[in-house]
Design a protein around this ligand. Structure first.
Ligand code: ADP
Ligand code: MG
Ligand code: MG
Length: 932
């Protein structure tokens, strides 16, 4: 009985599935108002194919054609580069439909249909994908096309284009031939064409006559044969399948593979192939071709914007063979004023195009990048896709589209990539100037924006030159804390070594300063004050330009475009909407009043991390700091601390003032000791005079302080516990500053933070010391200040014992840099040696020092939050450190229900937007679940 039931069940299933394989659809037709596909089938049809289908369904004029699916491509690669057997039949059937619509047949010698073959992956992959136009032109069909059009010149123009594209794409690239530089078939043919133009004394290809082109085509065929040892195929079907195969092949081409790696596009996506009836923009002056954007992609302005060329085909417009004309009067610049706009030359067609682009933008509710061709007075659309844009434009478009109700405010907020905001906050290298500039060397884009300056090699020189009013760029192999004054004085920093988390990168990011690190090809000879790069030699004082957003270094002074966010109404509006949507508060990491002020203008709602050791590095102070560290006695240390106290107090007064009314978290000293120790005998000599301690004795002491692993050494609260007088001095400075300002009616909210706590007893002891000192200062000054004492959570032990630690803390702040080091056991400063390799070989997807490792480090954070809030329901918790300004980490912090994230000043707006996006996404998810 049972068996029978099973049998019954299996039978129809088998039948169904075998039927399904037989009917597998690899070809999707589009044409004359009807398409098998739609815009949301990008995975199957690729972006181009899906949108051609969508436009067809919208009854926008699109030449008929069909798309071979990405599954066809994956099949091809899974089956030793063979096509599925049903493919040819499906292609033939679709081709018949195209022929019917267009009223002519492929390969017909009297009136041939011509085809284009175009690639199209799910995501656009510029530069790697191939297109072949005018397929179907053979010695036999040429005469038919001439007869029909009566335009011999056009036919040979189309033919020479076919020869060039086919030879390049199908016969060379897809065949895996790798010619030496300049010897590719395309370049050879281009040279032949240039020669012809020269011989005829003309400048533009449109000036070549039909006879010229005829001769040129013969020449092309000869060159193809001698170079590639093969005849150009004279059979239309061989051409068509050659084109289709070449597109599939381009998917595993060198360029495509490396591009996919960079962009993280999986190999198994495959590409689709679009086969489409040709329409011709090159039949004469009533024909044209062009590309356009529904809004200006550089500024975001809501003006239809584009370029066109009369009597042209394919990519002539973007290839720069002729200077293209603006599509309309509004798009004219002083450079293009004299050129005629499509709006002026063909006003009716322009109006049609204008209406279509408006419709497309409304339909897709985003800025579209479109391609069109006009054949003998008829307009055809060849492509639409969501257009790429820079940060400035992204923000303006999003805001204006939301204002005009094309999209919601939430969508507007989600549409801007938080990182794009960065572009608005820094001056940038003019992209036009960059195109023409000579690149010296490439490095990692560590600090955004652009900068120009003269080369200097030492921090002291940087400072000295800057004092003279010179703009300088500090060029070094790497930087250390002692270079900070020079780094600050410089317009930008360029290093030959180091990664995105190197000292130079961290410091520069903190200041929002332009910086490029790890420019390995840069050869720095600091002794002789010269650098070599790209076979050029530059000297001290020579001008260079850095594009820190892209990691490119140029010779000379390129034009910079200024940053002016405070006067950018769209940015301000978007930020206002972001603030209305986010739950997280945003604070900043700042050690100096100037940085605090900048951060406030960027919207910071307090300081989440004020590092006090940075204050110790300035030249006059470091000596006192060293004196303190190297003293053997309490008196010695106290003597040094007395000198530091007034300076520290001044620092805090400055910061409290800049942050009036907002909370300021001050972390007590947490120096990796070695950063402070004198490094040269000269420095030790100087110190020995000052301290009145013999040189040798000092030297021995200095050596004895050497640690094997300073990162896990005598630092943080361990220092405060063994030398309580240091923290005592700092708390005294903080509280004296706070009392003084409170007396002057300046509202201050200090939050004193104890670093590197692993055990509750450490915190308990330091908390007691802090409160004792703070109370004493208040009593003496007869003022009451509201202050908190909390701790940094940066050790795994602190996370898992958070229920104990919370009893001693008014607040927590995750120090995710150290927490990542200690959870992972990676030293941040040494991870550059293996992390890039890890990422390249897919051991790790992301650098955990850049984005929080949610599964590992994040899990510890989760435990800390849960256990801490179980003991103290309203425990205030935030995060400081580099992750606080990184969008994915911000999203994670939102989900952890932290109170705030804190990041460097220039990342505050980025964090504001990222926090809003996290909140919106969460709301959307919840609504989706509710609906279900
Ligand atoms: P890309 O992905 O590089 O934009 P396309 O497949 O869009 O490549 O092709 C490049 C250009 O070739 C198009 O902009 C268009 O001008 C031209 N082209 C493609 N197909 C056709 C066609 N069926 N008729 C006329 N021109 C075409
Ligand atoms: Mg292309
Ligand atoms: Mg295109």
């Amino acid at each position: 009985m049972k068996k029978e039931i099973i049998k019954k069940k299996i039978k129809p299933q088998l039948a169904k599935s075998s039927k399904a394989t037989r009917a597998k659809k690899y070809v999707y037709f589009f044409g004359k108002g009807q398409a098998d596909g739609t815009a949301d089938m990008k995975n199957l049809l690729g972006g181009k194919g899906a949108n051609l289908a969508e436009m067809t369904n919208l009854r926008i004029p699109v030449p008929a054609g069909f798309t071979i699916t990405t599954e066809g491509c994956t099949y091809y690669y899974q089956n030793k580069q063979t096509y599925p057997k049903e493919l040819t039949k499906q292609v033939d059937a679709a081709l018949v439909r195209v022929e019917k619509i267009m009223g002519r047949n492929y390969g017909d010698t009297n009136d041939p249909l011509l085809l284009s073959v175009r690639s199209g992956a799910r995501r656009s992959m510029p530069g790697m994908m191939e297109t072949v136009l005018n397929l179907g032109l053979t010695t036999k069909t040429i005469s038919g096309l001439i007869k029909r059009t009566g335009n011999e010149r056009f036919v040979y123009d189309a033919y020479r284009r076919l020869l060039m594209m086919y030879a390049d794409v199908v016969m060379e690239k897809a065949a895996g031939i790798e010619p030496t530089d300049g010897e590719g078939i395309r370049q050879k043919l281009e040279r032949a064409m240039d020669l012809m133009k020269e011989k005829k004394g003309v400048h533009q290809d449109t000036d070549l006559t039909s006879d010229d082109l005829k001769i040129l085509c013969e020449k092309f065929k000869q060159i193809i044969k001698t170079t590639l040892k093969k005849e150009f195929p004279d059979d239309p079907y061989e051409q068509l399948w050659g084109g289709i195969g070449a597109v599939f092949h381009s998917w595993v081409g060198k360029r495509a593979v490396s591009y996919r790696k960079i962009e993280g596009i999986p190999e198994d996506w495959g590409t689709a192939v679009n086969v489409q009836a040709m329409v011709f923009g090159n039949t004469g002056d009533t024909s044209a071709t062009g590309v356009a954007f529904t809004r200006n992609p550089a500024t975001g302005e809501d003006i239809f914007y584009g370029e066109w060329l009369p009597n042209a085909q394919g990519e002539d417009v973007v290839a720069g063979i002729r200077t293209p004309n603006p599509v309309n009067k509004a798009g004219k610049t002083s450079d293009t004023e004299h050129l005629s706009a499509l709006e002026e030359m063909m006003p009716d067609l322009y109006n049609q195009l204008f209406k279509i682009q408006k419709r497309l933008e409304r339909h897709y509710t985003d800025m579209q990048d479109i391609e069109f061709t006009i054949e003998e007075g008829k307009l055809w659309m060849l492509q639409t896709r969501t257009g790429k844009r820079n940060g400035q434009a992204a923000i303006r478009m999003a805001v204006e589209m939301a204002r005009s109700k094309l999209i919601s405010k939430e969508t507007a907020l989600l549409r801007v990539n938080p990182e794009q905001i960065d572009e608005l906050l820094h001056p940038s290298v003019d992209p036009e100037a960059e195109k023409r500039a000579v690149e010296l060397v490439k490095g990692l884009p560590a600090g955004p924006g652009g900068a120009i300056g003269r080369i200097v090699f030492t921090a002291d020189d940087a400072q000295a030159w800057a004092k003279q009013g010179e703009k300088v760029i500090l060029v070094r192999n790497e930087t250390s804390p002692e270079d900070v004054h020079g780094m600050h004085a410089a317009e930008a920093i360029l290093t030959a070594r180091g990664g995105m988390t190197s000292h130079a990168a961290l410091v520069a990011r903190g200041w929002g300063k332009c910086c490029i690190v790890g420019a390995n090809a840069l050869d720095i000879d600091a002794q002789n004050k010269i650098i070599r790069a790209n076979s050029k030699v530059l000297h001290e004082g020579d001008w260079i330009t850095l594009n820190g957003s892209r990691g490119r270094v140029f010779e000379g002074q390129l034009k910079l475009l200024p940053a002016d966010p405070a006067n950018n109404p769209w940015y301000l509006e978007l930020m206002k909407w972001a603030d209305q949507n986010r739950k997280l508060k945003i604070r900043t990491n700042a050690d100096r009043p100037e940085d605090s002020k900048i951060a406030r203008t960027f919207g910071a709602e307090g300081i989440g991390l004020c590092r006090t050791e940075h204050m110790f590095f300035q030249a006059e102070r470091i000596r006192s700091v060293r004196e303190m560290i190297l003293s053997d006695t309490l008196e010695g240390r106290e003597k040094a601390l007395v000198k530091l106290l007034p300076m520290q107090k001044d620092d805090f007064i400055g910061i409290f003032k800049a942050m009036e009314g907002l909370p300021v978290t001050i972390r007590l000293l947490d120096p990796p000791l070695h950063e402070f120790l004198p490094k040269t005998d000269a420095e030790l000599h100087e110190l020995s005079l000052e301290m009145g301690v013999p040189f040798e004795q000092l030297k021995t002491k200095n050596e004895s302080l050497h640690e094997f692993n300073p990162m896990l050494g005598h630092r943080g609260c361990r220092l405060g516990i063994t030398y309580p007088e240091i923290y005592e001095m700092q708390v005294q400075a903080i509280m004296e500053a706070a009392c003084e300002l409170t007396q002057k009616k300046v509202k201050v909210i200090p939050e004193i933070m104890i670093p590197l706590v692993g055990h509750v007893n450490e915190l308990e002891s330091m908390r007691r010391l802090t409160i004792q000192t703070a109370e004493a200062v208040q009593k003496k000054n007869k003022v009451k200040v509201n202050y908190l004492v909390g701790t940094m959570i940066e050790l795994p032990r602190a996370c898992v014992t958070s229920d104990e630690i919370a009893t001693q803390a008014d607040f927590y702040s995750f120090g995710t840099n150290d927490l990542t080091q200690t959870v992972y056991g990676f030293s941040r400063d040494d991870s550059g040696r293996f992390l890039p390799y890890y990422q390249e070989h897919h051991i790790l997807k992301d650098d955990p020092f850049i984005t929080i490792d949610i599964e590992g480090v994040g899990a510890f954070m989760e435990i800390a939050v849960e256990k801490g809030r179980k003991v103290k329901k309203n425990l205030k918790i935030g995060i400081c450190g580099e992750h606080g300004g990184e969008p994915r980490s911000v999203e994670f912090c939102h989900h952890l229900h932290l109170d705030y994230v804190s990041c460097s000043p220039f990342r505050v707006p980025i964090a504001r937007l990222a926090a809003a996006q996290a909140a919106i996404k969460e709301r959307m998810e919840k609504n989706k679940k509710k609906k279900k």
